[in-house]
Design a protein around this ligand. Structure first.
Ligand SMILES: *Cc1c(COP(=O)(O)O)cnc(C)c1O
Length: 350
């Protein structure tokens, strides 16, 4: 096994991005301490929001750095991890010429961001067990392929992809491999952040939207080499993370324990729901879960979805998605919500 991939990021990035001069904000040009700030055309009258925020969010990154064991220079923060997906595609894929590769079924935003940017989408299917098919993947990869998106634990299937298979993709592919770990807190498996020193082409996405309980805040994390992060910073909007978000994130990061106890509770409820769902007559299969949701196969997903909505219970109907015929995706809720759902499914099975 190779222990280190060497990749010239300057050859991967789009030429125009490599050569362009980024916007330089007032806060980029003067960083030190001062008393009178007349450089940014802000309103001088104090309010919580009269000043622009730190464009590179160093305070938040320093706190994250300690929690994640990653240097601040290896962190990009986005308006949700969705912004990181978009900026990665815009920085590295030439419109109308290059491609990303996705493994279906998976999270929808990779394809949406590629479409918006006129970047082609190469698709392979996961195996029937929802694992990575490395041979199929490399059959699709060609000179156009710039980014491979792997989601682990995967949405909507809830399982982790096989770690050795991911490693072999990292070793063999000469473009970026993005591992979306939105659900990593809900599994006992290790994050790929530990593998950053070994793979220069590795990019990891995480988010405050799931385990941290802050979906409304819109804050996503991207971890990669300093060279890749510098490119993402060059492309992003100057003040992409607002002051309120940065302040709230700092507060949340001071209380990691709160996140951990919510995760413990959600995982306990998940295991309860998995057991209960097995006993419901209409449920043909309960797929294993390393996430905060469960994929089930039922007799009639469309009918069940409709009848649940009539009872004001909304789950995600994934029946039209590749390899997910008659599948529903159920988010783990509060104990009361989960009991209501199980009760409704049992009633509908009668
Ligand atoms: C929920 C989710 C995200 C989170 O996106 P944000 O923009 O950070 O809210 C990212 N990836 C996957 C696979 C998800 O399911």
């Amino acid at each position: 096994m190779k222990t280190k991939t060497t990749i010239d990021i300057n050859k991967l990035v789009r030429k125009n991005i490599l050569t362009m001069k980024p916007y330089s904000s007032a806060r980029d040009e003067f960083k030190g301490d001062a008393e009178i700030f007349l450089d940014a055309n802000e309103n001088p009258y104090p309010s919580p929001f009269n000043r622009y925020p730190d464009p590179l969010q160093w305070e938040v990154k320093k706190k994250l750095s300690k929690i994640k064991g990653i240097q601040p220079e290896q962190i990009f923060l986005g308006n949700g991890s969705d912004e990181a997906i978009d900026v990665l595609i815009r920085a590295f894929c030439e419109p109308n010429r290059e491609a990303i590769l996705i493994t279906e079924p998976t999270y929808g935003m990779y394809a949406v961001c590629a479409d918006v940017n006129a970047v082609a989408i190469q698709k392979i299917l996961l195996t029937p067990e929802y694992d990575l098919d490395v041979d199929a993947l490399f059959n699709q990869v060609n000179d156009q392929t710039k980014i491979i998106f792997l989601c682990s634990p995967n949405n909507p299937t809830a399982n982790l992809l096989n770690r050795d298979k991911i490693i072999s993709v990292l070793e063999r592919f000469n473009g970026l491999v993005v591992i979306d770990e939105a659900y990593i807190d809900f599994t006992s498996s290790e994050s790929f952040t530990h593998d950053l020193p070994a793979f220069e082409n590795l990019v990891i996405l995480q988010t405050f939207s799931k385990a941290w309980g802050l979906a409304g805040l819109r804050l996503g994390m991207c971890f990669a080499s300093p060279a890749i992060i510098a490119i993402l910073n060059k492309v992003k909007y100057p003040y992409n993370i607002n002051l309120a978000t940065q302040a709230h994130a700092l507060e949340a990061l001071d209380n990691e324990q709160k996140k951990n106890s919510m995760v413990t509770e959600i995982v306990r409820e998940r295991d309860f729901m998995m057991r209960e769902l097995q006993t419901v007559k209409m449920v043909q299969k309960v797929y294993p879960s390393d996430a905060n949701f469960i994929l089930i196969k039922v007799d009639d997903a469309n009918g069940t979805y409709k009848k649940l909505t009539d009872q004001k219970i909304i789950v995600r109907n994934r029946s039209s998605v590749a390899l997910c015929l008659n599948c529903l995706r159920i988010t783990v809720g509060t104990p009361e919500e989960n009991k209501e759902l199980i009760k409704a499914l049992k009633e509908l099975s009668k």
